[in-house]
Ligand binder design. Structure first.
Ligand code: R5P
Length: 262
């Protein structure tokens, strides 16, 4: 592997554990100002020291994140859709590779919508981004998006989507946890991280999700709402780290969460 590519990936997936805890705050690119992310800088400031990387758009990066103290950046470079638009799968490149280089990102992220109306456009978009990013040693994170069709997220569908992303050359894939998640892991020759999805009922549910995912082979989490929508977000991200990086059990992580929370 090219030195730059290897160096960037090792900033994202910690060589000491082979795992990753990333904080996702890119939701606004199609959802606008979601709850608790109205002022991203205020929400994420206390969390940044606990995140191995931050996933976001260039607009929030440039306006809300201090260049001198930012963790490694995973730049979302796809968009062009909105929650009130025609079809969420109508997504394409929004940010050039030159801009990604200028921002010194550790990876670019692009969503694919396998089985959706604009499947072809998003798969070719991913492939083209990988071709360009490869020139600069920048890894690409493929995100297996489902739009509003959350019920699609089963092992058969996610295995298909992840395998296609890997075949097109994505170095890392972000997907969803599901029953029989190990089958999704087995179908992918590159590391998988999971999204948290909409906020679960309790923090314990989110800790269980992270534990189940890494227990079945995920390289970690790229979690958003289940961290920063928690009233105890700083305790939550530390508890997630215990699971992902220290192989803590859910009850050990819950104990830590309870001891740290306000
Ligand atoms: C999709 O909106 C984004 O890629 C999010 O970054 C992703 O869904 C992870 O965030 P959450 O854990 O809130 O689902």
């Amino acid at each position: 592997m090219d030195w730059g590519m290897q160096n960037r990936i090792s900033k994202l997936i910690k060589p000491e554990t082979g795992r990753a805890v990333w904080l996702a705050i890119d939701h606004g690119y199609f959802l606008g100002a979601v709850s608790k992310l109205e002022k991203p800088q205020e929400t994420v400031r206390p969390l940044l020291g606990f995140a191995d990387a931050l996933m976001l758009t260039r607009g929030v990066l440039r306006n809300c994140i201090d260049a001198k103290t930012s963790p490694p950046v995973i730049l979302r470079v796809s968009g062009g859709n909105s929650i009130v638009g025609e079809d969420l799968s109508k997504e394409a490149i929004t940010t050039s590779i030159k801009e990604a280089v200028r921002l010194n990102v550790s990876a670019c992220a692009f969503s694919i919508y396998v089985g959706a109306k604009y499947e072809h456009q998003t798969l070719l978009g991913l492939a083209n981004l990988i071709n360009e990013a490869q020139e600069y040693g920048i890894p690409v994170l493929a995100v297996t998006a489902v739009g509003k069709e959350l019920a699609k997220r089963d092992a058969r569908y996610l295995s298909l989507a992840c395998r296609i992303a890997a075949e097109l050359g994505a170095q890392i894939i972000k997907t969803y946890y599901c029953d029989d998640f190990h089958k999704v892991v087995e179908a992918s020759p590159v590391p998988l991280v999971i999204a948290g999805g909409p906020k679960l009922r309790t923090e314990l549910d989110a800790l269980q999700l992270a534990s189940d995912a890494v227990g079945q082979g995920a390289a970690g989490v790229d979690m958003g709402r289940n961290i920063w929508q928690s009233d105890n977000s700083v305790a939550m991200i530390q508890a997630i780290r215990q699971i992902v990086h220290k192989n803590a059990s859910v009850s050990q992580a819950e104990e830590l969460f309870n001891s740290l929370k306000k």
